[in-house]
Design a protein around this ligand. Sequence first.
Ligand code: HEM
Length: 136
Amino acid sequence: MGGDGGGKVYTLAEVSEHNTSKDCWLVIDGKVYNVTKFLDDHPGGDEVLLSSTAKDATEDFDDVGHSTSARKMLDDLYVGEIDKSTIPAKRTYAPPKQPQYNQDKTSDFFVKLLQFLVPLVILGLAVGVRFYTKTE
Ligand code: HEM
């Protein structure tokens, strides 16, 4: 598994220097991998690997849904650990604040009450009109 703390600790800046087809390193799950020799063998092609350099490629790797055999291949490519403090914090999606239309709960209550009463009043009027205009 490579082992935590088993290798040298690199900063993201150091890893980022290895971003060419002649020298290509990736950061996945906090570990640094030298994929240079693997570039030509990668079933997904070398371009995607190169485009995942100089950053935390964990998401890119996971998004593909790599097989366990793909994960096992990582062991042979392991060169060290990444200094996590050098990886920029992941931008988390903050949903925009929903405008509060009915902040007042009592107005909410009156709307419900009216929705209940108005049809009753209309029904009552209809019955009333029918009653008073009845000609016999
Ligand atoms: C050292 C890291 C990596 C290894 C060892 C690796 C290995 C593999 C292997 C063995 C496959 C065949 C399918 C499978 O077994 O899951 C594969 C497919 C694929 N990989 Fe990776 N991969 C690595 C990194 C990446 C990264 C970072 C990306 C994306 C930026 C990527 C994108 C893909 C794609 C798109 C396929 C699908 C290819 C296809 O089915 O046409 N891989 N990879």
